[in-house]
Write a protein that binds this ligand. Structure first.
Ligand code: ZN
Length: 88
C-alpha cells in the first residue's frame, strides 16, 4: 500500500500507532481542482488531523447518528417492530 504522509506519521502495520492512522479519500469529479477522475488520498494520525483541520471538522457523538436518533424515538408499544422515520 503506497502511503504519502508527514514524516513523523510514518508507522508500520503492527505498531499501536498504526490503528490511530486515518485515511480520507475520494475520486475527484468533473472540473475538480484535482483533475477529473483522479483519486485523492490523505493518511494522517488523529492528532495531526485534528490539529490541522480541527477548525473545519464536524465531530458527532454516537448519540448524534441517525440510527441513535431512531432508536431513541422507538417505542415498542407505539411502533410495533418498525423503527419510526428520522426527523431531520
Ligand atoms: Zn501526526
Amino acid at each position: 500500500m503506497a502511503m504519502k504522509m508527514k514524516a513523523e506519521d510514518v508507522v508500520e502495520s503492527g505498531e499501536i500507532a498504526f490503528a490511530e492512522m486515518r485515511r480520507l479519500g475520494f475520486d475527484a469529479g468533473y472540473d475538480s481542482v484535482f483533475s477529473d477522475g483522479n483519486g485523492v488520498e490523505l493518511d494522517w494520525c488523529e492528532p495531526c488531523f485534528r490539529d490541522t483541520l480541527g477548525a473545519w471538522l464536524q465531530v458527532r457523538t454516537p448519540a448524534d447518528t441517525p440510527l441513535a436518533k431512531m432508536l431513541e424515538a422507538f417505542k415498542p408499544e407505539v411502533h410495533g417492530d418498525e423503527l419510526p422515520p428520522v426527523k431531520k
